[in-house]
Design a protein around this ligand. Sequence first.
Ligand code: NAP
Ligand code: G4F
Length: 338
Amino acid sequence: MGRRAFITGVTGQDGSYLAELLLAKGYEVHGLIRRSSTFNTSRIDHLYRDAHDEGTKLFLHYGDLSDGSRLVTLLDRIQPQEVYNLAAQSHVRVSFDEPEYTGDSTGLGAIRLLEAIRMVGLHCKYYQASSSEMFGATPPPQNEQTVFWPRSPYGAAKVYAYWVTRNYREGYGMFAVNGILFNHESPRRGETFVTRKITRAAARIAAGEQDELYMGNLDAVRDWGYAPEYVEAMWRMLQHDEPTDYVVATGTRFTVRDFLATSFERVGLDWEKYVKFDERYLRPTEVDALIGDASKARDVLGWTPKVHAPDLARLMVDADVAALNHVGSPWIDTPVWG
Ligand code: NAP
Ligand code: G4F
């Protein structure tokens, strides 16, 4: 029998790349999508075929991480061997505005899904999308032993989800793992995360469609990697014999200012002429520096990143320029798995 996976958050950046990866490996993929009054499937439309077509391998199901009984029904019906929990209110700044909702979806959502697996009696492998944001104020380099010190409702919710994942592993013998992923980006990144906000603005300013760009803290240090490479690490974690937690990162230090300079240079512009400060983009508590040590993922899973921050910025700018010109971009249109 073929392998079957269930992905929550399939309409997001990572969910779309993971669905591509699993389909290319021959999986039957079931994705959870939220009902909305407008279509929210643009990142996976190229993968979708009508369920009546022969050979269809991608199936979408309405549901929500706030609805535990729906998760039970779906898991019982689908019987997946692998479950990837990627769904979350994933924006750190927004989590200060919507702390309760973030706790419910990003934190409690994980235990609803774990408990649904347990109630159905599924013997599946479970992946939890944990985050470097859990390290918060603990200085870099951060690895699997680093103490958590979350600095946002989002970070705190992810810490809860991390610990319940470990608890279900230790308490019920479940194959449940945390991938502690550092920031990872792509042309499919949401437009309000800092990298995509910058690359989109660089393309638009160069095309004369935007005059200026309002930003918050430019001193923040991040370790930015390329999302398609990171979903490969998720899959590898579930193929390993032992359930254990992994940091996934490039180990490269880059500031928001560096990302601005590299992106604007790609379109021949000096960023300092266009960028203005707006305190609305500051957070009540900031995470100053995240730089990951992914030695364990390299040694145990054989995973190494190829794309580092400067190339990432350039490929994202190129994709945004191509999108403005209504031409295809190899970074958007070509399935990365060949
Ligand atoms: P994203 O683009 O924001 O996608 C989030 C996904 O979750 C979307 O499909 C969204 O659906 C879905 N979702 C949100 N609330 C939901 C709910 N209550 N019930 C069901 N689905 C819900 O995030 P991403 O960048 O792909 O990240 C994937 C996961 O990894 C997230 O859990 C994120 O917190 C975590 N993570 C991300 C990074 C990173 O740098 N990207 C790093 C570490 C961890 P809609 O499309 O309907 O909104
Ligand atoms: O792109 P960001 O919003 O990502 P952040 O907060 O690091 O969170 C992302 O990575 C986490 C992994 O560490 C994920 F778990 C999480 O789901 C998300 O994907 O902001 C990056 C940095 C911050 O320090 C922020 O203060 O950029 C700074 N920044 C400066 N100006 C800005 C802006 N961020 C945004 N979004 N918008 C600005 O105008």
